[in-house]
Design a protein around this ligand. Sequence first.
Ligand code: SF4
Length: 320
Amino acid sequence: MQDYPKYLKSLRNSDLDKKIEETYSLLKNCQICPRKCRVNRLNNEKGFCKVGLKPIVCSYMPHHGEEPPISGAKGSGTIFFSYCNLRCAYCQNYQFSQKGEGQETSPEELSGFMLSLQKMGCHNINLVTPTHCMPQILKALKMAAEKGLNIPLVYNTSGYELPGIIRILDGIVDIYLTDMRYADNKNSIKYSQAPEYPDYNQESVKEMYRQVGESQFGDDGVIKKGLIIRHLVLPQDICGSDKIMRFISEKISKKVYISLMSQYQPYYQAYKYKEISRRINKTEYQNAIDCLNKYGLENGWIQDSQGLERFAGVNIKRNV
Ligand code: SF4
């Protein structure tokens, strides 16, 4: 019997009910993410992420621009949650992730979005920046699963996570799509107001991998379970590619899928920092590719002149 989507088993054995109860209780003194604001979100108090009891959803739609095994031919059923627990100076989605564009949404409405996306033929439900709304998402997931939701769940996160909270998602999430943004605490504070991002991020990624292991794909090439790590290359190696690739190689797996992103642009308030107020150059991107090679990482995608290019095996060459 296939072991995905995992949440169906958790629905059957009532684990999902327990997780909903456990996570809602965390909202009373909110410690869902490393910010630990301790506000009572059940009373609609708001902390750093500016979301009270009801999630705010900016949009939901089939998305064709994710990595190929996430989007597949029919699109990834993406739900964009507004606000975020990071404050990246260069955020490209700042209208909703920092300014909060979107609509307050009940768990009932959210479950309806999930079912609509499945009906549209999407390969999966892709929760973008979900952590600050995780209890409400679990409640919506239960409602949707009871009405027939049966496609894999993608947890698409900036990676500023408490490992203990990720542990709660064991048995729920099929695919983790996580950023590894910084290896240096000073940079995560300066550019994303995120103290100790590297430690929280690395420990959480270990937990993600423990849960889902090596990626598995269907005959259609679409991912059914696994971990994909996104690494956005920033100017002047502010992202710490060498340390991050070394961590992945030594502490996760050489086979894990890595998406090495070159699309950085100085959006939002990046102009305030001279060093990030430009795009990356070819040398900076090539240096990040060299780190993949240096640590023997075997799977993923790099950007070349043809677009997103799949690499498999070591000694990755870029077609520039
Ligand atoms: S989820 Fe929001 S309120 Fe809760 S700890 Fe994180 S930032 Fe603070």
